[in-house]
Structure formats: structure tokens, C-alpha cells
Design a binder for this molecule. Structure first.
Ligand SMILES: Nc1ncnc2c1ncn2[C@@H]1O[C@H](COP(=O)(O)OP(=O)(O)O)[C@@H](O)[C@H]1O
Ligand SMILES: [Mg+2]
Length: 389
């Protein structure tokens, strides 16, 4: 029996809510461990769904489809934190869901998330809930402009954010975000952080509370979307990198997270660390761990939810760099040819197999290792130049 290979209550089929690239790379790790995977995503051709016979293509808004998906899954996890808490609760009545619905409730609303972290003693930017245009003005007059207005829920890749420079912009942004009667949105405001760098740390935590913490990396965003991840974060002292790891671990413990978590941090011009947000799942800033670390974030996610010992999060080379391949236009979404790239023998290519693309959509990524971040970055940049879109 498969389960006795590991331990007697090892889940054999991991159900993943979602079917995108994070589900796909989690599935690849699960398959390598001899496990099976079920996916649920409203698409006939999702990146993870096409890998398994247990693909539920009606999606989780369809109750009977959830029923069938839950039935075949021994344990359930997710690749996306935007699933309604009531749906998670109903699944959790029948199967173990990890991270738990309680953890997700603390994360899904960025305002509640920041309050939770602040109460745990983690430094956060000044923030407040904004429930009216008057409150939006008040935040500006109390803490100054510019500030960042954010939707409390459902924001990603910067889509729920606006930087407002004065009262008028605050009003326009507030009205724009809250004008759709079908999608009621609550808002929050946050002091604008003048950061020197954005950092991120992945943490895995299993059901026994054992943890491993990955290296502190730098994420480089362009137009609010991550372009490069540099590991370990260059130009940041070992002391700060360690503090970032400690802060990330504290954040995961504050929400009693089980699974793998990505913690985003700001490093200010004064070299202070401020918490930005947490992703309760594998994260783009951890893709480099597939080639770069002894155990990838995806494998440690599967190990953590299955309550297995966690693998080492150490880098296997002095440095690793990941570059996202972002869609250039609406259409098929892959480069015209990757043959040129393949001449770069030390660069690993991942294409997610998404059916369609749009500008800025994450279609794949490249990873290179090196003796230094500069060397690894030069490798991925040279390879990117040989991709024809
Ligand atoms: N308080 C802030 N001050 C300055 N920049 C910010 C602030 N909050 C977010 N940003 C910028 O916007 C990006 C996206 O914001 P984030 O809150 O992480 O939302 P998302 O859920 O879209 O990733 C961040 O990576 C950072 O570049
Ligand atoms: Mg973010």
C-alpha cells in the first residue's frame, strides 16, 4: 500500500482547489512522491487539470462538482486564496483542508491580516480601514499623501491597489473600487512605504508545527508584477536577511499556517523591515526553489499538509535567479520559439501550458543558478533575449 510507505494515514489523492501553474507544479511534486492529484477549475484545459484524470472542470461554484471532487480527494489544499470561506467550510466538514479555513479567514481580508500580524508584534506600515470618502480624506490628512489604497479582498498583481497623491485622487479611487454593486468591496489605506527593496521569504510548516524557512530573496516588480527573483537578496546584510526569515516565520505562526507560505516584506531606506502580505500557498517568489534548493517549495507544501518531515530549504548553489515570462499580447501566450533559449544549457525553462495569454499574464518562468546573483541574472537575461515572441 502506498500510504504505508510514508505513514498509515497518508492521503493518496491530494485535491487541489484550482488548476493553474501553482497547482501544476504542486502536482508535479506530488506525482514524484507517488501520490495522485485531483483538480477543480472551470476549464477543460487548465495547466494542472490536463495532467490528471481526476479533473473537475465545472469548477467549485458548482455544488455537485465540489461533491465529486471532495469524494475522490483524501486531503484538500489550494493554489489560490480567493475561494469563499463558506465553500471551504462545507468542504472542511468532510475532508481535512490545509491551510485551514481559519487560517484563510485571517489572510483573505488584508485588513484583518494586517491586524493579526500587528497583534503578533510584527512591524507593519500604518494602515486603516476606509469605509467612506470622508475616511479616505482623513487618512490623507492624518498620515500624508501619497498613500496606497487597497481593496481588502481579491487583490493580486497590483489590480486592487491605487497610489493616491491627494484628496481628489483618493475620492476617484475609492469610488472606482466601490462602484460595482455586484461586487461589494471594502477598502483600506496604507502609508506609502519608500522601500529600498522588496524582499520575500517562503516558510513551510507541517501539522506538528515543524518548520523550515527558505532564504530571504529580493523580488523585482515592474508595473506591480514580479519580473525577477534574486536569491539570496543581494545588497542586504546577513543580519537583515536573518531578521526577514524570523519575521516570515512569526507571520506563519501567527495564523497557525500549515503548508507553504510566501511572506512579502519591504526593506525601507532606513534598512527597517516592514511586513507587506502573506500568500497562503506556494508563491512566485519561491519558484527558484525547484532547481535552487534541496527541497522545492512545492514538495515541502505536499510534505507539510501530509504531516511528513520537511526537506532542507538550503540553496544548492551560491545563488539562483528566476525570471517570469509574462504575456506580451492577447493570444496563444507562448514564445514563437524556445529553440534559441535551449542553446542556453544552464537555464531551466518552465512553460505552464495556459490556453490563452494577455499582457502581463504569467505564462512561464526561467531559472538559472550561479556562483553569484550577478552571474545567475546574466544567464537568465541572455536566455530571455533569445526567446522570440
Ligand atoms: N504601502 C505600500 N507602499 C508602497 N508600495 C506598496 C505598498 N503596498 C503595496 N505596494 C506595491 O504594490 C505591490 C502590490 O501590492 P500588494 O499589497 O503586495 O498587492 P498584491 O496582492 O497585488 O500583490 C507591492 O509589491 C509593492 O510594489
Ligand atoms: Mg503582493
Amino acid at each position: 500500500m502506498l500510504s504505508s510507505l510514508y505513514h498509515d494515514d497518508l492521503p493518496v489523492t491530494i485535491g487541489i482547489l484550482g488548476g493553474g501553474q501553482l497547482a501544476k507544479m504542486s502536482a508535479q511534486a506530488a506525482y514524484r512522491m507517488g501520490l495522485r492529484v485531483a483538480t477543480i477549475e472551470p476549464s477543460e484545459a487548465s495547466p494542472a487539470g490536463v495532467m490528471t484524470k481526476l479533473d473537475f472542470t465545472e469548477g467549485w461554484l458548482n455544488p455537485s462538482e465540489i461533491e465529486r471532487f471532495t469524494e475522490v480527494s483524501d486531503i484538500i489544499t489550494l493554489e489560490n486564496e480567493f475561494i469563499a470561506p463558506e465553500i471551504l467550510d462545507s468542504i472542511a466538514e468532510r475532508r481535512l483542508v490545509l491551510p485551514s479555513p481559519e487560517t484563510l479567514r485571517l489572510v483573505q481580508d488584508k485588513f484583518i491580516q494586517k491586524q493579526t500580524m500587528q497583534r503578533a508584534g510584527i512591524p507593519v506600515p500604518v494602515f486603516a480601514a476606509i469605509d467612506s470618502v470622508e475616511e479616505a480624506y482623513a487618512f490623507g490628512s492624518n498620515y500624508g499623501y501619497p498613500y496606497v489604497m487597497k481593496t481588502r479582498t481579491l487583490g493580486y498583481d497590483g489590480y486592487g491597489n491605487a497610489t493616491v497623491g491627494r484628496d481628489n485622487q483618493a475620492m476617484v479611487a475609492f469610488k472606482r473600487f466601490t462602484s460595482d454593486p455586484d461586487v461589494p468591496r471594502q477598502m483600506m489605506a496604507e502609508q506609502f512605504v519608500k522601500f529600498r527593496k522588496e524582499l520575500a521569504v517562503m516558510v513551510a510548516r507541517n501539522r506538528r508545527g515543524e518548520t523550515v524557512t527558505y532564504p530571504c530573496v529580493e523580488t523585482v516588480q515592474e508595473n506591480h508584477i514580479c519580473r525577477y527573483v534574486l536569491a539570496p537578496a543581494p545588497g542586504v546584510s546577513a543580519d537583515i536577511r536573518q531578521k526577514a526569515q524570523e519575521m516570515a516565520l512569526a507571520a506563519v505562526e501567527a495564523i497557525e499556517g500549515v503548508g507553504v507560505f510566501g511572506v512579502e516584506l519591504f526593506l525601507t531606506e532606513q534598512d527597517e523591515l516592514l511586513y507587506n502580505e502573506i500568500a497562503p500557498r506556494p508563491h512566485n517568489s519561491g519558484h527558484y526553489t525547484i532547481e535552487g534548493c534541496y527541497t522545492s517549495q512545492f514538495e515541502n507544501h505536499i510534505r507539510a499538509i501530509c504531516n511528513l518531515p520537511l526537506g532542507s530549504a538550503d540553496l544548492i548553489a551560491p545563488a539562483a535567479v528566476m525570471a517570469n515570462l509574462l504575456g506580451k499580447r492577447i493570444g496563444s501566450g507562448v514564445p514563437d520559439t524556445v529553440v534559441g533559449l535551449m542553446r542556453h544549457g544552464r537555464v531551466s525553462l518552465h512553460l505552464y501550458g495556459k490556453a490563452t495569454s494577455r499582457v502581463g499574464r504569467k505564462m512561464g518562468h526561467l531559472t538559472a543558478l550561479g556562483v553569484s546573483v550577478e552571474e545567475a541574472l546574466a544567464r537568465v537575461k541572455a536566455a530571455e533575449e533569445d526567446l522570440m515572441w
